[in-house]
Ligand binder design. Structure first.
Ligand SMILES: Cc1cc(CN)n(C)n1
Length: 327
């Protein structure tokens, strides 16, 4: 069964989830951040300035791989929603995830990385799982999922991230033991080549449902749950002692309080993000960084890891559609 373990890095607050990916011959294993919010597979490599490569970080060295081939003239450059960036050139090489192997997968080698990546001692790159039309290589290359898709029994992958514990990405099948209740599907509109879907409403704690359609993107590469400011304000209004910290540019709350659940609705199905999942880390002895924050000027809400770790999610490219279940 083609599954790969997703281990939380900085597991106190689950900043990101990393999966072991084997690249080259003989295989070089790198921990990559699987990101449904982007479509490039890029890695720290022997071409990355050593000043940007933290001690002990696994890198890809194409010179040590008998199956590596430079893609002459191909280049890439990425800037993510949080302002981080990277760029470089491109090789093809053997890439294996779980039991799945792609012989000539485009592997984007970083010749430049921004300070956020240089300062991240855990990850060795990203593996994009958004739609291939978002790939930033010139000329464009295929994502791992697009390459492996014809070999899968079903054109899907599932995401089962967990709070402070390893979860899993499964390719081509649904493990029905990974969730409770029913899976509820809703269409995906890949307007921006992203896994963009509509939720039919939300509720805070035990309050009744607010029926309002919200445009959202499921993004495993984003740590938080980013929502419209009006909803964020209504949420923190339920937490005595919470406030907006201009210092952090974020809502914070007293760590000794368990926040209310945040519930979102897929059709009529209620999907729960438990309040105990909302602690994104201590910023002092008493104040904690909230897992729900404002989406600001973004044209959609971002359902990042704070929401995803409470759910079992099916990313189904056949329609496309996305399926949600509590667990
Ligand atoms: C590195 C990275 C990935 C993502 C989500 N797609 N962000 C916001 N930053």
């Amino acid at each position: 069964r083609d599954t790969v373990v997703a281990t939380p890095a900085y597991s106190y607050y689950d900043k990101e989830y990393l999966c072991a990916v084997k690249i080259g011959t003989p295989p070089q294993t790198l921990p990559l951040d699987f990101d449904t919010g982007s479509a490039d597979l890029w890695v720290f490599s022997s071409e990355t300035p050593s000043s940007s490569v933290s001690m002990g970080k696994a890198i890809y060295n194409p010179k040590n791989s008998s199956t590596a081939k430079l893609v002459t003239g191909a280049t890439w450059a990425l800037t993510y929603g949080d302002g981080s960036s990277s760029s470089g050139d491109v090789y093809t090489d053997n890439v294996t995830i779980g039991g799945l192997n792609v012989a000539a997968q485009a592997v984007e080698s970083a010749q430049k990385v921004s300070s956020q990546f240089a300062g991240d001692t855990a990850l060795s790159g990203l593996l994009g799982l958004a739609f291939g039309t978002a790939n930033q290589v010139k000329p464009a290359v295929k994502t791992f999922f697009d390459n492996i898709r014809p070999a899968l029994p079903l054109p899907i992958f599932t995401v089962n991230l967990k709070k402070g514990a390893p979860g899993s990405y499964n390719f081509g099948y649904i493990d029905t033991t990974q969730y409770t209740g029913a899976l509820t599907y809703t269409p995906v509109t890949p307007r921006y080549s992203l896994w963009e879907f509509g939720i039919s409403g939300f509720s805070i704690g035990t309050a009744i449902k607010n029926s309002t359609v919200i445009d959202a993107v499921a993004d495993t590469g984003t740590s938080l749950l980013l929502l419209p400011l009006s909803i964020v304000k209504a949420y923190y209004a339920q937490i005595a002692g919470s406030s907006y910290s201009t210092n952090y540019g974020a809502y914070v709350y007293p760590c000794n309080i368990t926040p209310p659940d945040f519930n979102f609705y897929i059709g009529t199905a209620k999907q729960v993000v438990p309040g105990r999942y909302m602690n994104y880390g201590y910023i002092s002895n008493t104040q904690c960084y909230g897992g729900i924050q404002s989406q600001g000027t973004l044209m959609f809400s971002l359902f990042g890891d704070i929401a995803l770790k409470a759910q079992f999610v099916v990313f189904d490219a056949s329609v496309p559609r996305i399926g949600w279940a509590n667990k």
